[in-house]
Design a protein around this ligand. Structure first.
Ligand SMILES: Nc1ncnc2c1ncn2[C@@H]1O[C@H](COP(=O)(O)OP(=O)(O)O)[C@@H](O)[C@H]1O
Ligand SMILES: [Mg+2]
Length: 466
């Protein structure tokens, strides 16, 4: 009747007033006769099988112990003793009366309590320790296992104690769930000169051997002009002069770019190609948006999120932008802005960043966001800055120095073999093996690490998020 990952209680007469709690692991059905390398007489005399064969098969399972509870005083501590042979073992089923006492005992050990689901078989509402959210969270599992829903459940609880900014990569996972007042389209957010430059080079198909410096400077000058700042650019005896004759954003941009290139001493042919390619290939609406729409500064966004603490997370809908460089640029600028604020006020912000589809932002080759996420993972804790990363894979998707700093992991069935080993490389997963994961259904996640008050991973059924 037993199943893997069920909760078990062990009652030992020699330890009165104490109960052991553990999890069932490694179920095996065995039969003393059926051994691979021993020949048995029934092979020759199979007609006697049904008459003579006694019921000798048996089931083995072990209980991986995690805690000892004193149910009357509702106290729980880590398990440092072993129960004696002959103790009674009970499997916890839903509604068992002891569950309330266990829950209360666990609750006493948790500073800031949140709950995202029940222990799968017992229904124990496992309180998680939100205090350790600041030590960063990773959510891993194959597509469709419910990572984004789990993150939403987590965020909706964490927002009681923390300000949260969610970067919604596609705009379908979080944006539809929240009040429109708390969702900001990425198209309203300023982009920095280096991001603009990289997008312009791609869109206008200008090669990256000749044009990057020209475009970097042109974009910087262009954005400063938009803000009404005066720009001085002098190279030798040449100084920047721009004919400001037009209101058309793209034409304006082209004349700035041409002026900058002339000042920087570009050859006539280089200038001619840039002018032609920019007017031919550049997406006009993109420059229009830069000029007319992208007005919100990253700092304003951080401040707005801080104001919403206790109420709602702030969702950045990155689905409105298609260029990955723009998405990364915005994520980078917003996290950087938070660090700027920290440096100014020297106070912990208690601000979390949710990065779903993290393979686009936290992998080894996802410059520049991987840098800022790395810094946040490494040094953010002191200032209450933390990240919640969700992704399908561990090893390739999340850079090594980021995953080394993740202290709580939720994981379900994984996309690739070897990922579980990767997780066990930076976190104690208490002997869970690849085949334990194969049977998990959507919404089933193990929780392991600092936020889990029990010291071995618990299998949770994530609550309904609709
Ligand atoms: N906690 C949950 N509550 C309700 N539905 C869920 C939950 N978890 C998963 N689902 C269902 O599974 C689908 C996939 O979940 P999602 O979080 O988008 O997966 P992932 O992000 O891992 O690809 C959802 O569209 C939803 O129908
Ligand atoms: Mg998802």
């Amino acid at each position: 009747m037993v199943e893997e990952q069920q909760l078990a209680i062990i009652e030992d007469d020699k330890y009165t007033g104490k109960l052991f709690i553990g999890v069932l692991r490694g179920i095996k059905r065995l039969d003393p006769i059926l051994r691979g390398n021993v020949r048995i007489p029934y092979v020759e005399y199979h007609e006697y099988w049904s008459q003579a064969y006694p019921e000798m098969s048996y089931t083995n399972v072990y209980v991986s112990l995690c805690s000892v509870i004193d149910p009357d005083n509702k106290k729980i501590e880590n398990c440092r003793i072993a129960p004696h042979p002959n103790s009674k073992v009970y499997v916890m089923t839903k509604g068992a009366s002891i569950l309330n006492k266990i829950e209360e005992a666990i609750r006493k050990t948790v500073q800031e309590e949140i709950c995202v689901g029940e222990q799968k078989y017992s229904g124990l509402k496992l309180p998680l320790n939100a205090y350790y959210a600041r030590c960063h969270i990773g959510v891993f599992g194959a597509t469709g296992m419910g990572k984004s829903r789990l993150v939403k459940a987590l965020v909706d609880e964490l927002v009681k104690n923390y300000a949260i900014i969610i970067f919604d990569h596609t705009g379908v996972d979080y944006t539809p769930f929240y009040n429109v007042n708390y969702v900001i389209s990425s198209k309203n957010i300023e982009i920095s000169a280096d991001v603009l430059s990289s997008v312009v080079l791609d869109m206008a198909r200008l090669d990256r051997t000749t044009y990057p410096t020209y475009m970097d400077v042109a974009c910087m000058v262009f954005l400063k002009q938009l803000k009404g700042e005066n720009v001085k650019l002098e190279v030798g005896r040449r100084s920047l002069r721009i004919d400001d004759l037009t209101d058309d954003p793209l034409e304006k941009f082209i004349s700035v770019a041409d002026g900058v290139m002339a000042t920087l001493g570009a050859k006539d042919t280089t200038r001619a190609k840039a002018k032609l390619f920019l007017s031919e290939y550049m997406d006009k609406t993109f420059i229009d948006e830069v000029v007319n729409k992208r007005k919100m500064s990253p700092k304003e966004i951080v401040q707005q999120a801080l104001k919403l603490k206790g109420k709602s997370p702030l969702v950045i809908n990155l689905g409105d932008d298609t260029e990955i460089a723009v998405k990364r640029g915005i994520v980078y600028d917003i996290i950087s802005a938070a660090w700027e604020i920290v440096k100014e006020c020297r106070n912990p912000l208690n601000l979390g960043f949710v990065i779903d589809e993290a393979q686009n932002y936290a992998g080894e080759y996802t410059y520049p966001t991987n840098r800022i996420v790395e810094m946040t993972a490494r040094e953010g804790r002191k200032w209450g800055l933390f990240v919640i990363l969700a992704s399908q894979r561990v090893s390739r998707d999340i850079s090594a120095s980021i995953r080394a700093n993740i202290n709580t992991v939720f994981f379900s069935k994984l996309q690739a073999t070897g990922d579980l080993k990767e997780i066990s490389g930076f976190l104690d997963i208490g002997g869970i093996e690849e085949n334990d994961l194969a049977l998990l259904e959507s919404r089933d996640f193990f929780v392991a690490g600092l936020m889990n008050p029990l010291r071995i991973p618990m299998l949770l059924r994530v609550k309904e998020v609709s």
